[in-house]
Design a protein around this ligand. Structure first.
Ligand code: GTP
Ligand code: MG
Length: 315
């Protein structure tokens, strides 16, 4: 049914932690610079985003000023059955922490109260915590800071029966894409089907790597990698951040292309040892194919023809 594919996501965290910034970058084509214009969110800003075939992301960007947070928390305890209770029927909580916060104790206390409500009204909710604005922390200290905070937040979540997933994020690099890719993929029920179909496509194509991206956000949906399977040594130099880097780069490229009013459809880059193909797969997805040069040459048309055939079979 249509209602079952509507997924409610709560975006919570204290004022200024960066919630509306990340929402605007991932879902509304803002650049990191554009986010400086954002004002504080009043109450809740709702957005409904079509995602893939039949999924709607119902995102609740909850204003983080104390007056709003207190209101959310009090309404839910006073009126557990009311429609004002924002903690009902949530599929995902994304709780954002500013790593430079001067009020860590209060930040944690609010997280705890949010979890208490979720435990009562949406006990199946998936919980993601983002330790955000990592760009403000010295590179050499990021890992340790993340571990300390994440361990602390895990301790907070365990009594409420939540198993949390955590990411270090910043709007100034690709880390935001990794986090949001994994949040969104956690909502796709048939995610393994995509992987199987990619694998069988690659039995024909024999590409080095194939990646599926959602069309508007450019978040990674699925991927398959041949070199990992063959376990050749050369595969070890693959950049583990390559997916989110590509998301970030292509999103920026798309924005520039849109500014000159050209429609961005496909792209072929022929390198020395491999070629990259980026093409529209269907109404909802882009496909990226990385082919090693075999006989010193790839037939670009053949690859694109194969994508066409695959797109007809792909569900
Ligand atoms: P409320 O709506 O009041 O709850 O705040 P919010 O969580 O929505 O914060 P918002 O997204 O409005 O961001 C506040 C400020 O933080 C903006 O000026 C952003 O540019 C900045 N900001 C957001 N993300 C980052 C980040 O990763 N790094 C840095 N350095 N600044 C960021
Ligand atoms: Mg906001």
């Amino acid at each position: 049914s249509s209602s079952s594919s509507r997924k409610k996501l709560l975006l919570m965290g204290r004022s200024g932690s960066g919630k509306s910034s990340m929402r605007s970058i991932i879902f509304s084509n803002y650049s990191a610079f554009d986010t400086r214009r954002l004002g504080a969110t009043m109450d809740v800003e709702h957005s409904n985003l079509r995602f893939l075939n039949n999924m709607t992301l119902n995102l609740w960007d909850c204003g983080g000023q104390d007056v709003f947070i207190e209101n959310f928390l009090n309404t839910s305890t006073n009126q557990p059955n009311s429609n004002n209770n924002i903690f009902k029927k949530c599929e995902v909580l994304i709780h954002v922490f500013d790593v430079e916060s001067k009020e860590v104790t209060k930040d944690i206390e609010i997280f705890q109260r949010v979890l208490k409500n979720l435990n009562q009204f949406s006990p199946q909710c998936k919980v993601f915590i983002l330790l955000h604005k990592m760009d403000l922390i010295q590179i050499s200290k990021r890992n340790e800071l993340f571990q300390i905070m994440f361990t602390k937040l895990q301790e907070i979540a365990t009594p409420f029966n939540f198993n949390i997933t955590g990411f270090a994020t910043s709007i100034w690099d690709e880390s935001l894409y990794k986090a949001w890719s994994s949040i969104v993929c956690s909502l796709i029920p048939n995610i393994s089907v995509y992987e199987k179909q990619l694998l069988s496509f690659n039995n024909v194509l024999n590409a080095k790597e194939i990646i599926l991206f959602e069309k508007t956000t450019f978040l990674v949906i699925s991927s398959t990698n041949n070199s990992l399977k063959n376990s050749s040594d050369s595969s070890n130099d693959l950049d583990p951040k390559r997916f989110e880097k590509i998301s970030n780069i292509i999103k920026t490229y798309k924005q520039s292309v849109n500014k000159v009013r050209t429609n961005f459809t496909s792209l072929i880059l022929n390198g020395l040892t491999s070629s990259i193909y980026l093409d529209v797969l269907n109404d909802n997805m882009y496909i990226m194919i990385i082919m090693d040069h075999q006989d010193n040459i790839n037939d670009d048309n053949l690859v694109l023809e194969n994508v066409k055939i695959f797109s007809k079979l792909f569900q």
